[in-house]
Write a protein of this length. Structure first.
Length: 118
C-alpha cells in the first residue's frame, strides 16, 4: 500500500515540486495551503504522514501539531515539521512533532527522513 502524505504549506512554490517528487517515489499526495483546512482534510484523506510548515499565514503549525497529537483519532499520524527559521527544530520538538527538516532542504535528506517512518 502506498503511504499517504499530506503537505501543509502556504507556499505553492514548495508544494508543487514536492508533490511531484513524492508522487514519483510512489507516495499518494494531498496538499493544502491553509492550516485551518487541515482537520477536515486529515479526516477525509487519512494521511500516514504530514509534512507541516511551522509558520503559515494565519496559522501556526505548532498549534496544529499539538492539537493533532492530542486527538485520539490523529495522534498516531507521523508529523514532520518544516521551517527556515533558526531554532524551529526545538519548536517542533516542543509541539510534539515526530521529526523536523530545515528549509531549504535537499530532496535526499527528505527521503532519508521519510524512510525512517515507512
Amino acid at each position: 500500500m502506498n503511504k499517504r502524505i499530506l503537505i501543509v504549506d502556504d507556499d505553492v512554490d514548495i508544494i508543487e515540486p514536492l508533490s511531484l517528487l513524492l508522487e514519483r517515489k510512489g507516495y499518494t499526495i494531498a496538499s493544502i495551503t491553509k492550516g485551518k483546512e487541515i482537520y477536515e482534510r486529515v479526516k477525509n484523506f487519512k494521511p500516514d504522514l504530514i509534512l507541516l510548515d511551522i509558520l503559515m499565514s494565519g496559522s501556526d503549525g505548532r498549534v496544529i501539531c499539538k492539537r493533532l497529537k492530542k486527538d485520539q483519532l490523529t495522534k498516531k499520524i507521523t508529523i514532520i515539521m518544516m521551517s527556515a527559521h533558526p531554532g524551529a527544530d526545538k519548536d517542533s520538538e516542543r509541539a510534539g512533532a515526530d521529526d523536523f527538516i530545515a528549509k531549504p532542504f535537499e530532496v535526499e535528506d527528505l527521503f532519508t527522513i521519510l524512510q525512517k517512518y515507512s
